[in-house]
Design a protein around this ligand. Structure first.
Ligand code: UFG
Length: 337
């Protein structure tokens, strides 16, 4: 079975690639290296002992995508490749629309030329829900206006996939709405590699703990939550990666040419910023320098998943704890320093 993994050297893509290789899939990893590097490929090889094919391709380029589909006969596609910085997207929306939407459109055009229904998994985000009216969030919740061009791009991609599904094009699609992935592979050889100053909480915590940043700012402690700080659903990267395996196995078994599902992937548990900081300090026995600051623009107050649909339909469940995620995030930080 040959699987195309776009963005396969990125944070979620690399962990998923490792699990796919361990399951015996042949991989073609495509990445433009805009937010990763070839060392990740070496470490994937170190962990698995396997050498996936790697193609450095910009998926915005239609000709490159056509060539890719001419050269290989894929049985499945997992499409991770996308820009993901909320901040950057506000400053340069066009970059996000061109890349995130354009790449998906190029891939779909090629899928439509194939003689068989493709098994296709798309990376979406819980950002499509905006601030939901109640918790936990299930897949039938209304999708609110996206807060950032990044969020808009994910919402648009979901709409494109649904339109293709409704117009009867034969490709089998699962869209996953990720909550907040954290942690690293148990070996500490792959993990999240933020370029420049991290926007996300856990890389900011680990970089502060190691002394790369002077202090962490907690963005607001006056929200209407248990301790005044925002609540998120932190999911271990290994559990998230495993969700893709469950999806691919399901798609490969399903007979329906026009199969279409959307699943949340989260732990189902809401954790506040302060709770996460305390847990990080406890499990790693390290003191974190942090200060309470102003609220961050556009932050959602509260978001955690009802993940019962993926549990019931695909038999997926979380196997790793939040403690383990914070331990591996720290080992990873120590390794890359
Ligand atoms: N936070 C801080 N200090 C920091 C960084 C983050 O207090 O230095 C807080 C945020 O205010 C938020 C929480 O930590 O309350 C989590 O923030 P992240 O930036 O790690 O995650 P978000 O939930 O805000 O954003 C993530 C992804 C986005 C995606 C979004 C979906 O990074 O790509 O989830 O809701 F759009």
């Amino acid at each position: 079975m040959q699987v195309l993994v776009t963005g396969g050297l990125g944070y979620i893509g690399s962990h998923t690639s490792v699990l796919l290789l361990e399951k015996g899939y042949n991989l073609v990893i495509v990445d433009d290296l805009s937010n990763s590097n070839e060392k990740v490929l070496k470490n994937i090889n170190k962990i698995t002992g396997k050498n996936p094919i790697f193609e450095k391709i910009d998926l915005k380029n239609k000709n490159s995508v056509s060539k890719l589909f001419k050269n290989y006969d894929f049985d499945g596609i997992i499409h991770f490749a996308a820009h993901k910085s909320v901040n950057e997207s506000v400053n340069d929306p066009e970059k996000y629309f061109k890349n995130n939407i354009g790449s998906l459109e190029n891939i779909i055009s090629e899928i439509k030329l194939l003689k068989k229904p493709m098994n296709f998994i798309f990376s979406s985000s819980c950002t499509v829900y905006g601030q939901a009216d109640s918790m936990p969030i299930n897949e039938s919740f209304e999708l609110k206006k996206a807060e950032s061009p990044y969020g808009q791009s994910k919402k648009k991609c979901e709409e494109i996939l649904e339109t293709h599904h409704k117009s009867g094009h034969s490709f089998k699609n699962i869209t996953l709405r990720y909550f907040n992935p954290i942690g690293a592979h148990p070996t500490g050889l792959i993990g999240e590699l933020p370029i420049g100053t991290p926007e996300n909480l856990v890389p900011y915590i680990t970089q502060t703990a190691i002394g790369k940043r002077d202090y962490l700012t907690v963005f607001g402690n006056d929200y209407n939550t248990k301790d005044g700080t925002c609540i998120r659903d932190y999911i271990h990267i290994m559990d998230l990666a495993h969700a893709h395996i469950c999806c691919l196995e399901r798609l490969m078994k399903v007979d329906e040419d026009n199969f279409f599902r959307v699943y949340n992937v989260g732990s189902g548990k809401g954790t506040s910023v302060l709770e996460l900081i305390n847990l990080f300090e406890n499990v790693n026995q390290i003191k974190l320098n942090y200060r309470i600051g102003n609220r961050r623009n556009g932050d959602i107050v509260n978001a955690y998943a009802d993940a019962s649909k993926i549990k019931n339909e695909l038999n997926w469940s979380t196997k790793y704890s939040l403690e383990n995620a914070l331990k591996t995030a720290w080992s990873w930080q120590l390794n890359i320093n």
